[in-house]
Design a protein around this ligand. Sequence first.
Ligand code: SF4
Length: 155
Amino acid sequence: MPASELEMLTEFQAMTAKGAPLGSGGVLVLDEDTCIVDVVRNIAEFNEEESCGKCFPCRKGTSHIVRIFDNIIRGLGQEGDIEKLQEIGKTMVAGSLCGLGQLAPNGLNATLRYFRDEYDEHIRDKHCRTGTCRELRGTRREAAAAGPHTGQVAR
Ligand code: SF4
């Protein structure tokens, strides 16, 4: 969630309405020097490693998501990648047997809701505003100029 939502109640229904349901037991606080795409990619990799492989949607979905993210952070992202990620996420929610697979797309969905512009910059402009994704354009100075994660695009 962006800084503008910091004052909201940390309560199940309120958080769920904002697309970030409580329950996983972890809260990440990220500043403007943190690349949202890179963070979600790392969470996706964690899910891939933790998947026991028992059911197909989770086993294939987690690894497919990581592959798409790897392409995006290397400058190989393509139009339609976001929609592909969302489609995989929906299949995982509907078809996974346990909470790991069912909740795995949460980070993706929440960040797409609030930070879609950063995904678009990575895919369309081959640009990482924080300079984290080293194979893309972007510098720490640009990140500072853009300020906190507000949805503004550093140019
Ligand atoms: S959803 Fe659960 S049971 Fe299915 S592969 Fe993932 S971790 Fe295993």
